[in-house]
Ligand binder design. Structure first.
Ligand code: BMA
Length: 378
């Protein structure tokens, strides 16, 4: 190619790229999030989520690039994930879990190293993706884990006998959040979704193991402690599990001053018919709540727990979320053939997954990276 042709080609590519990109300029001072000292990056992420919500539904996957069914991250795999291996596109949203960070361990409860999680979060942020974090925190009194339901919430609240330990745990968690920086020292914003599925009773912070007021105090005091530890790169998410009764969604809500994003976790443990009902009913309820509280909302965890139906994605999941208006859904992790929640090549519903993604025109990493939000001079 002659130089002039090369230049022309380069120019056309560049203008094509820019014609597809959308940049929204905002004044960070005018964006209000739960943390009143939130840094600009967190505020821009909040605004970006609002922008993306109008574009469609984004796809998310837990631990997507750390492992999948039959493989584990290796630095040679620059950016591998099961969704991409199956359908040829990468998720927009990436979930991570910080359980065990409070104990000062090097790896989380699923043996994923925190260094790897940090590196992936940075990489994903730089690629234009969004990271969301849950915390399967250990039990503060017994040596048990999140699923040890010995009552303990009151003892980690202010003045409680395990408070000092809880403060130490929060400072370990805070150190990780504060370490999320680009090489230019810019803070990376993430969504934090603490004490999820509280309306169930399988975790020690669950409905039957503390009072509703204790739960709210736990959420609020955790928020406060993180701020006191200098953490200002978070958006906070609230996410009950599928509802047993409509009033459950609101019951544990710590308040608008503590929450940026509304969520719900819904799985098909009770069968697909029940699942579809839950999706339609519970998301509608969350949507109404979100409209009233003026917040984005998402299906913060989901997945197929008994993958026998090869058409599950188009027959069950698609009708469940089609009209939902959710900003994203996060498929839970693909750990092994007996514990996975998305799909992978050769999996029974792999082909149908691709069809579903096309039908829904899901927002992938490639799509969402075009939507940028930047700060104007104040
Ligand atoms: C649960 C299961 C567990 C895992 C935990 C945290 O739902 O997948 O195996 O340890 O999430 O990732």
């Amino acid at each position: 190619m002659k130089l002039s042709f090369r230049l022309l080609y380069f120019y056309i590519c560049l203008s094509l790229l820019y014609s597809c990109a959308s940049i929204t300029y905002v004044k960070p001072d005018e964006i209000k999030v739960a943390d009143n000292a939130a840094n600009t990056s967190a505020k821009l992420l909040y605004q970006r989520i609002q922008v993306l919500s109008k574009e469609g539904i984004a796809i998310g996957h837990q631990d997507a690039t750390a492992y999948g069914v039959g493989w584990k991250f290796s630095s040679k795999d620059k950016f591998k994930n099961d969704i991409d291996e199956t359908a040829g596109f990468s998720p927009a949203i990436y979930g991570w879990d910080l359980g065990d960070i409070e104990l000062g361990k090097k790896q989380n409860l699923d043996s994923v190293s925190f260094d790897l999680i940090r590196n992936e979060i940075i990489k994903i942020h730089q690629k234009g993706g969004i990271n969301t974090i849950s915390w399967h925190i250990n039990h503060p009194e017994t040596k048990g884990n999140s699923w040890d339901t010995t009552a303990v919430v009151s003892s980690i609240l202010k003045e409680g006998k395990k408070r000092k330990l809880y403060e130490k745990w929060i400072s370990n968690l805070a150190a990780f959040f504060k370490s999320l920086k680009t090489e230019n020292n810019e803070s990376i914003p993430v969504i934090f979704r603490p004490f999820h599925e509280m309306n169930g009773s399988w975790f020690w912070w669950g409905a039957q193991h503390c009072t509703t007021e204790e739960y709210k105090a736990l959420y609020r005091q955790t928020f406060q402690l993180l701020k006191e530890n200098g953490v200002h790169n978070l958006l906070y998410a609230y996410s009950p599990n599928a509802l047993n009764a409509p009033e459950e969604y609101e019951k544990f809500y710590p308040g608008d001053e503590y929450v940026d994003i509304l969520g719900i976790d819904i799985y098909n443990y009770g069968g697909d018919e029940q699942y579809l009902k839950n999706l339609q009913h519970d998301i509608t309820l969350m949507r109404d709540f979100a409209a009233l509280h003026n917040k984005p909302y998402a299906l913060t965890e989901t997945g197929n727990t008994h993958p026998e139906n090869p058409k599950w994605w188009t027959e069950v999941f698609q009708p469940g979320i089609k009209e939902s208006g959710i900003s994203w859904f996060l498929l839970w992790r693909n750990a092994r053939p007996s514990h996975y929640f998305a799909t992978y090549p050769e999996e029974v519903s792999a082909e149908n997954f691709t069809e579903f993604a096309e039908n829904m025109q899901l927002l992938s990493l490639k799509e969402i990276k075009k939507f940028k939000v930047k700060a104007t001079a104040q």
